[in-house]
Design a protein around this ligand. Structure first.
Ligand code: RIB
Ligand code: CA
Length: 310
């Protein structure tokens, strides 16, 4: 595998932290060029702070962090403090890290980096609401078309929603942005709750990270706070966001299908629902490589073991 150059657009976020750490723990396969942040789990003033903090805890304060959109395109803000805490990193002590926030806006950084880079040489990984991507696509579609692919954590089909019965959080938090990205014409690979709810960690993994892991694993172990959510079994937490990086590392762990996906933007009942046409019933053109199954234990093992070695 050649080294995959990535920009990570995220809303740290406990599981976003694991996506950052997994990328950094795979230097021969992943080159993390920079992190752009967006309002999602918590406000962007905290997601950018948290991204800088996780980089410091992982020993990589040199990686630049940029702040992006502070609200969704066309709906009221929602957050996920009930799961991620008011800090966004519930489970560890947070502080202002030494590495500074970059002055450029995240979208300016993204567009300039794509302009300067060889076409199709950079992958954008998105693990929060898709607001930054949608604004960039609207502002400079030709520049965004230079992306190799966009690898997204979001959506659900079989699994149902986690923020409403119909919608997964990242899509629900900005459905209009997701709808814009779906028609952006850039290759999309998407990992929803159908697979991320099979990639689990609990007290055993947290203890292992604390006792046998390196400095980063020890620092991040508190983020594996098991929650007894019925749909994923007792005392385990889904490793949603690092599934994107795990696919870049070992795609054979996932089963995918090229499908048409549309986003419900208007219905009060189902806003943010990802309508995944698994049986090609609509006749609409396929626009997403959708992950519909996964070797959950092997993927969780890849994520935790790599981070322990960081
Ligand atoms: O639904 C899970 C997603 O929402 C993850 O990206 C998590 O960090 C939250 O943002
Ligand atoms: Ca996230």
């Amino acid at each position: 595998m050649s080294t995959e150059k990535i920009i990570l657009d995220c809303d740290p976020g406990r599981d976003d932290a694991f996506a950052i750490a997994l990328a950094l723990a795979s230097p021969g396969e992943i080159a993390l060029l920079g992190i752009t942040t967006v309002a999602g789990n918590v406000g962007v003033e905290l997601t950018q702070r948290n991204a800088r903090l996780v980089l410091e805890l992982c020993g990589r304060p040199d990686i630049p962090v940029y702040a992006g959109a502070d609200r969704p395109l066309n709906r009221e803000m929602v957050d996920a403090v009930d799961f991620h805490g008011n800090s966004g990193l519930h489970g560890i002590d947070v502080y202002e890290p030494a590495n500074p926030l970059q002055p450029e806006h995240a979208i300016d950084y993204l567009l300039q980096t794509l302009t300067d880079a060889e076409a199709a040489s950079i992958t954008l990984v998105a693990t929060g609401p898709l607001t930054n991507l949608a604004i960039a696509m609207e502002r400079a579609p030709d520049v965004m078309a230079r992306l190799k692919q966009v690898v997204i954590m979001g959506g659900a089909q079989r699994a149902g929603g986690n923020i409403t019965p119909a919608a997964e959080f990242n899509i629900y938090a900005d459905p209009h942005a997701a709808a814009r990205v779906m028609r952006g014409g850039v290759p999309l690979v998407m990992f929803g709750l159908d697979v991320t709810h099979q990639v689990l960690a609990g007290n055993a993994e947290a203890d292992n990270m604390r006792r046998h892991g390196g400095v980063a694993a020890n620092a991040l172990s508190g983020l594996v706070l098991p929650v007894s959510e019925e749909h994923v079994g007792p005392a385990q937490t889904p490793l949603h966001d690092p599934c994107t990086i795990a696919w870049l590392l070992q795609p054979e762990l996932f089963q995918t299908r090229l499908v048409n996906m549309e986003i419900e933007c208007d219905s009060p009942l189902t806003q943010g629902m990802t309508v995944v046409d698994m049986r090609a019933k609509t006749g609409r053109a396929p626009n997403v490589l959708w992950a519909h199954d996964v070797d959950g234990p092997a993927t969780a093992e890849l994520i935790i073991s790599r981070i322990m070695a960081l």
